[in-house]
Design a protein around this ligand. Structure first.
Ligand code: CMX
Length: 461
């Protein structure tokens, strides 16, 4: 016993010594901010009148697709590039190679992705561990939020509960308190960062508590383990800590789903609300309600509902022709095929590919009927959607695969899946918020075009 305690103390001391020589995330960020601020200053002073693109009627009536009107560079989607998305220049396979994993794990973890998104740099292993420790130390939920979510009816959708819990956490916002006492604009980002890290740290405990309240009769969760990474804690708090494969899967899913350019509905909502100088809790709570829509984050729930209905209807008759017929039935009833299509991408979503590769590396997943159905649907759906002729992108997005793996591992409550997406998207949306404050970006306020006036006069319609 004594030997174990000594060796544990020695290992803690080693970690502390290593951490002492490692820069914190805040220190690393502080180093990169001035150069970006200078760039923006020059951009405004010297290039304000440069024309970046035309605004066409199709942009105005087409949900602003393709309209370059936001400043964001942590991730870029390129519909024409094979890799589809890059995080500060790194593709998903690059990230899988370069970003530190959890001890004993292989997949990217949320902390290393967060570090990359915020600083543009690949963190060292020591820096990643230090961030894991920092988040775990901040990971406990305040009692007032525990009481609030425990008091919600289990029939309230888990996403609604998550949004309520996150909004309530603004009770502790250091940004809001500092703003009330009067702070310099140049310091906004520091308080914002503090709130963002506290929020990311608490999301696993909040999301897991909602899971246990809704699906496990409020069974008590273990305490946050200070030695685990964010997602390691999340699965443990939900009650799936013993399933290492599920934890690895969620590490990958949560990291690669964290940011998808700044204009997606959830990240953009956080940006818009944040531009009013609302604190990060309020901004991200609003983002979660955008994520709760079926065309956005709710799609992973919808995919599974749709897949299971197909499985039930087809029984053992899972042939390409039967899947094709089912797809046509869905389309002819005026519904979208969930998990297919994308606002920007025009090829198979690289996140879908990465999740498929995860399945391919595990024989038990390959044997799962639900995952086999995902694969078979992928072989047929792009052809059907092309023939249908409406969608600009007949290929699968990440949600075509994400829920089915969770289902196989026993996390079968698919109404909950968007909550996991909500834990993930915080990485990108909150990074964007920190940078908006660091760059002093203004209140967002687009101008409206009136169909009855400007467009009519100009085009005579
Ligand atoms: N099935 C059937 N029709 C589809 C379709 C699909 N999977 N995807 C697009 N379409 C239709 C659209 O509804 C639209 O029809 P109308 O002209 O009648 O309105 C037409 O094709 C053109 O749409 P688009 O320009 O190709 O796609 P959008 O940019 O408007 O929408 C998206 C993108 C994702 C909302 C859409 O493809 C869709 O509804 N997909 C199914 C839901 C889904 O999987 N959402 C998850 C997105 C991923 C994420 O948010 O992370």
């Amino acid at each position: 016993m004594f030997c174990r305690t000594v060796s544990r103390l020695t290992s803690l001391r080693t970690v502390a010594q290593r951490f002492a020589s490692t820069k914190t995330l805040k220190e690393s960020l502080q180093e990169v901010i001035p150069a970006k601020q200078e760039q923006l200053k020059r951009l405004k002073a010297e290039h304000s009148q440069v024309i970046v693109g035309d605004i066409k009627v199709e942009n105005i009536v087409g949900g602003m697709r393709g309209l370059k009107s936001m400043l964001w560079e942590a991730s870029v989607l390129d519909p024409n590039e094979a890799c589809g998305i890059r995080f500060h220049g790194l593709s998903i396979p690059d990230c899988q190679q370069q970003l530190p994993a959890a001890p004993g794990g292989k997949e990217i973890i949320a902390e290393s992705m967060l570090w990359l998104l915020l600083t543009g740099e690949v963190p060292t292993e020591a820096a990643t561990r230090q961030l894991s420790r920092e988040l775990a130390e901040k990971g406990d939920l305040p009692t007032y939020v525990e009481r609030l979510v425990d008091g919600l009816s289990p029939s309230i959708h888990p996403m609604t509960q998550l949004g309520i819990g996150v909004a309530a956490l603004n009770h502790d916002s250091v940004f809001q308190k500092a703003y009330e006492t009067g702070i310099k604009k140049a310091d906004y980002w520091k308080y914002t960062l503090e709130d963002c890290l506290a929020l990311i740290a608490r999301l696993p405990a909040l999301a897991a508590r909602i899971y246990r309240n809704v699906y496990k009769h409020g069974a008590a969760a273990p305490p946050v383990n200070k030695d685990l990474d964010l997602v390691g804690n999340y699965t443990a708090l939900m009650g799936y800590g013993a399933n290492k494969d599920l934890t690895e899967y969620l590490r990958l899913y949560i990291s690669i789903h964290g940011d998808h350019e700044g204009g997606n509905a959830s990240a953009h909502t956080a940006h818009l609300v944040g531009s009013t100088l609302a604190d990060p809790y309020l901004a991200y709570s609003a983002a979660l309600f955008a994520l709760a829509g079926p065309l956005h984050g709710l799609a992973n729930q919808e995919v599974l509902r749709w897949q299971l209905a197909m499985q039930k209807e087809l029984g053992d008759n899972i042939t390409h022709q039967n899947i094709k017929d089912y797809l046509w039935k869905t389309l002819k009833s005026g519904q979208v095929v969930p998990g297919y299509g994308h606002g920007v991408l025009r090829k198979s979503d690289p996140r879908f590919i990465a999740l498929q590769e995860f399945c391919d590396s595990r024989p038990d997943l390959l044997k799962s009927p639900t995952i086999q159905l995902v694969k078979k649907t992928y072989e047929v759906a792009p052809g059907v959607l092309t023939e249908h002729g409406k969608t600009k992108n007949p290929w699968p997005n990440v949600d075509a695969a994400s829920g089915c793996v969770l289902y196989h591992y026993g996390l079968t409550e698919f109404k909950y899946y968007t909550v996991i997406f909500g834990v993930s998207r915080a990485l990108g949306a909150l990074t964007q918020l920190v940078w908006a404050r660091a760059l002093g970006l203004p209140l967002e306020r687009p101008k409206c075009a009136f169909l009855s006036k400007q467009l009519k006069l100009k085009f005579g319609i």
